[in-house]
Design a protein around this ligand. Structure first.
Ligand code: GLU
Length: 288
């Protein structure tokens, strides 16, 4: 999380688009999942172990429309989920052999550290604090913190209007820390969907987290909420994995870059978050 004074144009467009959007679900239509690759990997690597096991466990959000939302099919849908399918396919693992585990913001690092998941793909901001305990491939997307209010609210137009005000966010998230920093009164829960009732009943004046999450919530509840102001942080989304697994991290960076080249990243976007949000060229992975 980095406070940003000059918002990216692409991020600024997100809030406006979300207002006019009507898509409430991430219908993946009849698009086929990426076919598992016929591959083999160097013995001793995580890639070889996963390929031999023929399955992978991925942590994602289950309540965030556009990125990770549990659907009627019993498997989550969204852009993060599609990124997970692309990686699994390159490991030679088919979609049915991905075990999706719900992660909330606060349990992502422990789930990786304890080996409960192989990867976390969950609107997960790369930052130095988290990099002390887990590592990140990516970034594969750049989000930014923004503000959601009731549709008829005319009083809150930027983060400056949140000072001294009760604002809902999620424990263990970067936006929760930023609310503290700007002098708002954070009211914290475990998932962003749990912030909507307090917003409706006036217990909080706003919900604050990444613009793309708020855009999904606004689109899902058409006419009830609006995203206001410009994004005021940068939230580079990464794929979380075990701290010392440099080979796996670099390999995932290769997979991401290949997906940018061959169109599968854009296709994944278009059938999920792209139903509401504009496509922007992805950032280059940071091979730290
Ligand atoms: N991207 C931010 C984070 O990783 C906020 C979204 C979330 O909580 O998942 O903390």
């Amino acid at each position: 999380m980095k406070r940003m004074r000059t918002p990216l144009i692409a991020l600024a467009a997100v809030g406006a688009l979300a207002l006019s959007a009507c898509a409430g679900s991430t219908d993946s239509g009849d698009d086929a999942a990426p076919a598992p690759a016929d591959v083999s990997f160097e013995e001793g690597t995580t890639m070889a172990a996963l390929n031999e096991a023929g399955k992978i466990t991925i942590g994602t959000k289950f309540d965030q429309p556009l990125f990770g939302l549990m659907g009627p099919s019993g498997t989550p849908e969204g852009f993060d989920v599609e990124i997970g399918k692309i990686i699994a396919a390159e490991l030679g693992i088919s979609e049915e052999n991905i075990e999706w585990k719900e992660t909330v913001s606060a349990n992502r690092e422990p789930f990786i550290e304890n080996g409960q998941v192989d990867l976390v793909i969950a609107t997960y901001t790369i930052n130095d604090e988290r990099k002390e305990v887990v590592s990140f491939a990516g970034p594969y997307y750049m989000a930014g913190q923004s503000i959601l209010v009731l549709a008829d609210n005319e009083d809150i137009t930027s983060e400056d209007d949140l000072v001294g005000q009760p604002v809902c966010s999620v424990t263990g998230s970067t936006p929760a820390a930023m609310l503290e920093e700007i002098g708002a009164e954070p009211v914290l829960t475990d998932t962003y969907s749990n912030c909507l009732e307090p917003l409706r009943n006036g217990a909080v004046v706003a919900v604050s987290t990444d613009n793309v999450i708020l855009a999904g919530l606004a689109a899902q509840n058409e006419g009830e909420f609006k995203v206001v102001g410009e994004p005021f942080t940068e939230e580079p989304y990464g794929i979380g994995l075990a701290l010392d697994d440099t080979d796996f991290r670099m390999w995932i960076n290769d997979v991401l870059e290949a997906s940018y080249e061959d169109g599968s990243y854009e296709e994944a976007w278009n059938k999920t978050a792209g139903t509401v949000l504009p496509y922007v060229d992805p950032p280059t992975p940071d091979r730290y």
